[in-house]
Every structure is written in structure tokens, then in C-alpha cells.
Design a protein around this ligand. Structure first.
Ligand SMILES: Nc1ncnc2c1ncn2[C@@H]1O[C@H](COP(=O)(O)OP(=O)(O)O)[C@@H](O)[C@H]1O
Ligand SMILES: [Mg+2]
Length: 405
């Protein structure tokens, strides 16, 4: 089945990359969850301890209200009350009027008694949401003389601890993202080096035999006996073609120069070259909206290479027989769109982005580099976009290029 061909990457390049991403994500989530779980246990223990302290506090108050004043016991009382340096506490009378408080910074800072009372009342409302207040029953000689309430809330430590797993998750997330970007960046930088280096080297190596071939052609043309022979014209064409290939490689290997170019005429010319070299059973149509004067910033040799690659793929997909339709149109201001459609076997949805990966091919003798090169030329050298716009099984595919004009 054709779709099975899309399940593997013959050259195996970057096949592990998506997996690698999931592993990292999985480990981060696992670490975060484990620590959230641990923090939760820890928070539970601290909470229990804080509660115990407040209960002790309340019991102490009850006990002392029942005692004659005693200096020794005062010492214990202070020890317990003062040892609480972290849990915010407000003690009120039975009507809810604040009597005393501890560890409430805003109340310490309040300028007037009225302001302080207001702070404490607000605080009590907050505290009620967290914990039920503790009831302290005041007795004297066994008889109940009144009630007090102790309101309290979680210590700052406990409150912060609650947010800790979230903070940690964010930190791990941000760190992971940065690591990924760095990894991607270094990989892209490495790929760039290989592309540029290889292209430069190829252009360079082709240079020498090419200039010698050109000299030979000139020599043959000037030979009285051979002059005018068809063979020489063909030879000249081949040399020209080799020259074009060398020029493409040298453009890939250097900072490309973009020029405002008439897109219609450039595509038309490229199709002209192509038609001669492919089956006559492939029909071409080319249209341009709103008129044929549309211009875009283009590097000619590289852009011709793009059109050629896309058309060759289309011809392959149609098994050498079908229609290629190219539509050039002005989209928004400053944007030119070129749609290349064929009537070939199409691309399954799962292949829409895969086909651009280096080494991905479904052909016996394919290298899977054509579309990688195309994407590179459009995105890196022209700052444009290319993607599969539409494809239906057995009803062809449409590639869309968008360029800046
Ligand atoms: N017009 C198209 N219709 C259907 N499939 C296509 C088309 N263009 C490209 N493909 C798919 O994308 C794959 C990669 O194309 P490409 O990078 O040019 O490498 P190659 O042509 O060497 O296979 C092709 O093998 C083919 O499966
Ligand atoms: Mg190809």
C-alpha cells in the first residue's frame, strides 16, 4: 500500500527526534509529579504540626484562664505563645472583636488602632476560609466566664510550599524549552554548514572541467570540417546545462542576491526548458492573476531549481502522464502566491510535513532531498513559505509557495 511508504524514513535521518522530545517531556512531567507528591506529603505534615501548635495554644489559654496568676506558669505561657513565629493568629472575644494577634505584618504596620482593627477583621475573614476557629472556654473556679476564638491560617512557609510544584514545573518547562531551542539551533547551524559547504565544493569542482569543455566546444565550432554539425549544437546545450547546474550550486553556497523579477515570465521560461526533457504526455497550463506583471523578490537560478524540482516530482507522481497546472496570483499586498497542482497519486495527510524531511522518499531510486532543497531555497533564501496546500488520494496534490514581492 502506498500509505505504508510514508511510515518509514529510508535514510533514517532524525527519525528519533520526535521520540526524544516525548522522552524529555515525559521525564519532566514525572519529576514534577513526583516532587509535587512529595511536597504534598510534606505540606500535610507541616499543616498537622501547625494545627497541633494552635490547639496547644488554645488549651494553654483555657488552662491559664483557670489559674491564679503565677510567675512560673507565665514563663511557660510565654514560651508557647512566643515560640510561634510563623503562624498568623488572631484572638477575638466571643463577639468577634480582635483582642490580640501575632505574625500579621500588616497589622504591625497599621498607623492607628482603627486601621489595625480593620486589618485584623479582614484577616479573620480570610482565616475563616482556611480553618475553623478554635473555641476557647474561659473558666474561673470551674464556672464558665466567657469565650474567645482563635483564628489562624497557614504559615507563609506552608502557603509557599503549595505553589512550589507549579513553580518547579514552570522552571523545568522553561529550561526544557531553552534546551530544545539550543539543540534545534545547533542542529540547524550544522545542517547549514553541510549544505553550504557541499554546494560550494561542488560548484568549485565543476568549474575546472567546465571551462575546459567550453574551450573545446569553441574549438570544435571553429573547425572548418566539423562546423555546423548537429552534434556540436547538442554538445553546446549540454555544456550550458552543466553551467547552469554549477551556477545553482554556487548560489546555494553563497548569500543569494534577490532581484525584483517577473514571476510569470520566469516560470514560463523554466517550463520551456522542462518540456523538452519530459514526456509529451504531460500537459502544462500556466495562469496569472490579476495580470502577468506580478513581480517578486527572487534569485533566478535558485527559483528555477524549485520549479523544476516540483514539476519533476509531479511528473513522477503522475507516472509520466497527466496535467500540471501552475497558478500565480497576488494575495495580500506584498505577497505573491504560486500554486503548483498535478493529477498524480497524491500525498496522505500524514506525509504533508514528512516529505520535506531530508532523506524521505517513496521512490526506489529517490534520494529524498528534492523537497528539502526546495524548502530551503524558499524559506531560508527567499524568506517565503512552502507547504502542501491540498492533496487527495489519486487526485493529485497542490504545493503552495508564497513569496514577498
Ligand atoms: N507532487 C507529488 N505528488 C505526490 N507525492 C509527492 C509529490 N511531490 C513529492 N512527493 C512525495 O515526496 C517524496 C519526497 O520528494 P523529494 O524530496 O523530491 O524526493 P524524491 O523525489 O527523491 O523522492 C517523494 O518520494 C514522494 O513520495
Ligand atoms: Mg524529487
Amino acid at each position: 500500500m502506498a500509505s505504508n511508504l510514508y511510515d518509514n524514513t529510508p535514510l533514517g535521518l532524525y527519525r528519533n527526534r520526535p521520540k526524544f522530545k516525548w522522552v524529555i517531556l515525559g521525564v519532566s512531567v514525572a519529576i514534577s509529579m513526583a516532587s509535587a507528591y512529595y511536597i504534598d506529603i510534606l505540606a500535610g505534615q507541616i499543616k498537622a504540626r501547625e494545627k497541633k501548635l494552635i490547639v496547644l495554644y488554645a488549651n494553654t489559654l483555657e488552662y491559664f484562664s483557670n489559674q491564679e496568676n503565677n510567675a512560673d506558669l507565665d514563663f511557660i505561657f510565654d514560651g508557647i505563645i512566643l515560640s510561634n513565629k510563623s503562624i498568623p493568629v488572631v484572638m477575638t472575644d466571643d463577639l468577634g472583636n480582635p483582642l490580640e494577634y501575632k505574625n500579621i505584618g500588616a497589622a504591625d504596620r497599621a498607623a492607628t488602632a482603627g486601621a489595625r482593627r480593620q486589618v485584623l477583621l479582614d484577616e479573620i475573614r480570610e482565616m475563616e476560609k482556611e480553618h475553623e476557629p478554635l473555641l476557647v472556654t474561659l473558666r474561673r473556679g470551674g464556672a464558665v466566664t466567657g469565650h474567645q476564638f482563635i483564628y489562624y491560617k497557614n504559615s507563609r512557609l506552608l502557603a509557599q510550599l503549595k505553589y512550589y510544584p507549579l513553580t518547579q514545573f514552570l522552571v523545568i518547562g522553561i529550561f526544557g524549552m531553552i534546551a530544545f531551542l539550543a539543540f534545534d539551533y545547533s542542529k540547524v547551524a550544522e545542517q547549514n554548514k553541510v549544505w553550504v559547504g557541499l554546494a560550494k565544493e561542488t560548484a568549485h569542482q565543476l568549474g575546472t572541467p567546465l571551462s575546459s569543455l567550453m574551450a573545446w566546444v569553441e574549438y570544435l565550432k571553429s573547425d572548418a570540417e566539423l562546423k555546423g554539425m548537429e552534434m556540436i549544437a547538442e554538445l553546446e546545450k549540454d555544456v550550458e546545462r552543466l553551467n547552469m547546474i554549477a551556477s545553482r550550486f554556487s548560489h546555494i553556497g553563497s548569500e543569494p542576491i534577490l532581484e525584483s523579477t517577473n514571476v510569470y515570465r520566469l516560470v514560463e521560461r523554466t517550463l520551456g526548458y522542462l518540456k523538452k526533457r519530459i514526456s509529451t504526455r504531460v500537459g502544462f497550463t500556466l495562469v496569472c492573476f490579476p495580470n502577468k506583471d506580478l513581480e517578486a523578490n527572487i534569485n533566478k537560478p535558485l527559483f528555477e531549481w524549485v520549479i523544476e524540482n516540483l514539476c519533476k516530482n509531479a511528473v513522477d507522481a503522475m507516472g509520466g502522464e497527466g496535467k500540471i497546472h501552475i497558478k500565480i496570483l497576488k494575495a495580500n499586498e506584498g505577497q505573491i502566491i504560486i500554486d503548483i497542482s498535478d493529477t498524480g497519486k497524491g500525498i496522505p495527510k500524514s506525509g504533508f510535513s514528512k516529505i520535506f524531511q531530508p532523506g524521505f522518499t517513496t521512490k526506489k531510486r529517490g534520494w529524498g532531498l528534492g523537497l528539502t532543497l526546495v524548502k530551503r531555497i524558499i524559506e531560508n533564501y527567499h524568506k517565503g513559505k512552502i507547504f502542501v496546500k491540498r492533496s487527495d488520494a489519486n487526485r493529485g496534490a497542490t504545493f503552495r509557495i508564497s513569496l514577498k514581492s
